[in-house]
Design a protein around this ligand. Sequence first.
Ligand code: THU
Length: 160
Amino acid sequence: MQEKEIKFTVQVYKGADELSAEDAALVAKAKGALVNAYAPYSNFKVGAAVLLSNGEVVTGTNQENASFPVGICAEGTALSTASSLYPDTAIEAIAVTAKSGNHVLNKPVAPCGVCRQRILEYETRYKHDIKVIMIGEEGEVYKVSTVKDLLPLFFSNSDL
Ligand code: THU
């Protein structure tokens, strides 16, 4: 038996103003989308913005349902819309943010496990790494250069 250490690198920014202009613009789009979230049950609004390689930005928000599991995450909304509108265009980056009705989010909001898998699907589909930018309402911003960093030992189409 041997142990294998799996590492990943996350870039930590003090705040959105330390980001590149391109990343800051994507974060601004994700934050701007929050107003369209439909989250009457959790009171937790999530916004996502997807940057495509053709320069287009597609946003999405969480859409909840009285039957809770039916709800859709913001990342799923944004990625599905992007793929439906631009099926042949690779994805460069996704920014994710949130606003809670209960407390101020002072740390980055990371995509849930299902959404990490969703992002991975588009990485493998287009054979192009997707940067993931995570931010709360205030505080630090996290950025990884591929969603694989958030999914050690991932499952993908190469396993099928
Ligand atoms: N949510 C997202 O939209 N994305 C995530 O990555 C985590 C969770 C939503 C689902 C639900 O509407 C609310 O946040 C609370 O879980």
